[in-house]
Design a protein around this ligand. Structure first.
Ligand code: UN1
Length: 497
């Protein structure tokens, strides 16, 4: 049954002012309409931004531990709803149910983590060079944030942005992907139920080009946090950079797994399968390249292809499915055209290579797990982000060669090496040019208590998630306070004696 999905502006659920709508459909079965949602126009965005601006004072002056209590309640409510929200994520986005539940779990983790930040958010207190004076730094909110999120993590990525923004004292206008509006709306409903005051979290639905761009460039928005493709992120950053506007983008990846000749091949095969075909390859952290030492290349390829052949493609709600659909027809066409490119470029297609429309799958957007072997680092399939179940396997002469291939792309989000040699792993840690390096684990599955983000075209601006250098740096600004309690004019640098 298709539910009516609404915008949330100043605490009121409402349709777009001109009543335009779009449909969200299940990518595993396009007969299943998940919801009908507003296609918001400029007037809706203006209203949402105005509501967020009006709520700033109240929220800024709410003590951070109080804001944290609301986040804590949100975490508990999302946890209670995890089963049904996880199913909704799977139905709307296509990832298999354990991953749909994992998506929601990441949102819960972030809510709890940021709730705790309400009683931390530490700054510095340092001595003054003058008597009867003290100095400290405190984090203050940026203001109104536009949060623009993708479809591949329909609840986790919104949570990465909404919870740190709120704990930092910002108010937000959230524009989720037009492909996963129902999941985003359920998340917002739970946040509202937790007690966030009207106007603090506003939700406007719509497409990037109609609604997102206008929101990001809006004069009433002080900061923008975007996750999506590098092309869109870079254009957005250019279009909305203005005096004082904070813009941070998490973007694409072409993440490598290096398999050394001393690696445990069973582990490496399992890791490459999960990293390459988990979430149907639709993660910015997906392991779309496997770079294998020439001594174990043939054996790895044989085992990897044999294991991938056993993966079952199907509806993510079916417990026997390993690989769900891709998100929509445009993405399916894009992936299929990359497969054609790979063939033309001369890589050898060892598995898959086409749409799977057998039986009921004809109603969805399914692509068989696809492996290209003997790919060259210069090929487009080995350099460009495909965002689908396509892995390119390449040969390397030694560690140095493998690292050079790994670093030879314009992305630098995640990376991995399989080796039992502590020295080789240390060199990889040092030399892989990526925001994240895994040792004996695939490129996906970053935990929320450390920063997330990449180098080169993978990231722009600040990093996300927890830890030093994580989202609090995106969602707060430093303010420095000097307090003089001497009762006279003291002059820094001048009153020396
Ligand atoms: C993404 O694909 O945009 O590290 C984010 C991971 C997940 C997040 C992926 N925790 O794979």
């Amino acid at each position: 049954m298709a539910g009516a999905i609404l915008n949330l502006i100043n605490g009121v659920w409402k349709p777009a002012q001109d009543r335009r709508t779009l449909k969200s459909v299940n990518p595993a079965n396009t007969d299943d309409v998940v919801g009908v949602f507003p296609l918001s126009g400029k007037a809706d965005v203006d209203e949402a931004v105005a509501a967020a601006r009006a709520a700033r004072e109240l929220w800024r002056l709410t003590p951070a531990p109080k804001r944290g209590e609301i986040l804590f309640r949100a975490a508990v409510l999302i946890e209670k709803d995890k089963g049904s929200l996880g199913r909704l994520v799977t139905r709307e986005m296509g990832k298999i149910l354990p991953e749909g539940l994992g998506d929601v779990q990441e949102a819960i983790d972030m809510a709890f983590y940021m709730a705790g930040e309400g009683r931390r958010m530490t700054g510095e207190t340092v001595p003054s060079e003058l008597p009867m004076k003290d100095c400290k730094s405190v984090r203050v909110p940026v203001g109104v944030f536009a949060l623009i999120t993708p479809w591949n993590f329909p609840t986790a990525i919104p949570a990465w942005k909404i919870f740190p923004a709120l704990i930092g004292g910002n108010t937000v206008v959230f524009k989720p992907s037009s492909l996963t509006p129902a999941s985003a709306t359920r998340l917002v409903e739970l946040i509202v139920e937790a007690g966030v005051p009207p106007g603090v979290v506003n939700l406007v639905h719509g497409r990037g080009e109609d609604t997102g761009e206008y929101l990001a460039a809006h004069r009433g928005v002080d900061g923008v946090s975007f996750t999506g493709s590098s092309a869109v992120g870079e254009a957005l950053a250019k279009a909305c950079s203005g005096p004082g506007k904070e813009v941070s983008c998490e973007m694409g990846g072409k993440n490598p797994i290096i398999v050394m000749d001393d690696a445990r091949l069973d582990l490496a095969v399992e890791g490459a399968l999960w990293g390459g075909f988990g979430t149907t390859g639709q993660r910015c952290t997906a392991a779309s390249r496997v770079i294998v030492h020439e001594k174990v290349y043939d054996e790895f390829v044989e085992r990897f292809v044999a294991a991938a052949r056993r993966l079952r493609v199907g509806d993510g709600l079916d417990p026997s499915t390993h690989v769900g659909p891709v998100i929509n027809e445009a993405q399916m066409d894009k992936v299929l055209s990359y497969i054609e490119t790979g063939k033309k470029e001369g890589a050898r297609l060892a598995l898959g290579g086409g749409r799977n429309s057998s039986g009921a799958l004809v109603r969805g957007y399914f692509i068989d797990p696809t492996i290209f072997v003997d790919a060259a680092p210069s090929m487009r399939i080995a350099k460009e982000e495909i965002f689908g179940p396509v892995v390119s396997v390449m040969r390397a002469r030694d560690l140095q060669d493998a690292i050079a291939i790994a670093n030879g792309v314009e992305y630098g989000l995640s990376s991995s090496i399989y080796t039992q040699d502590v020295n080789k792993s240390a060199i990889a840690e040092r030399d892989l040019d990526a925001g994240i390096v895994y040792i004996n684990a695939p490129t996906i599955g970053a935990e929320i208590q450390l920063p997330f983000g990449g180098t080169k075209r993978s990231g722009l601006g600040r990093r996300e998630a927890g830890g030093r250098g994580g989202s609090l740096d995106m969602f707060t600004k430093w303010k420095i306070i000097y307090r003089d309690f001497s009762g006279r004019l003291q002059k820094a640098q001048i009153d020396k004696d």
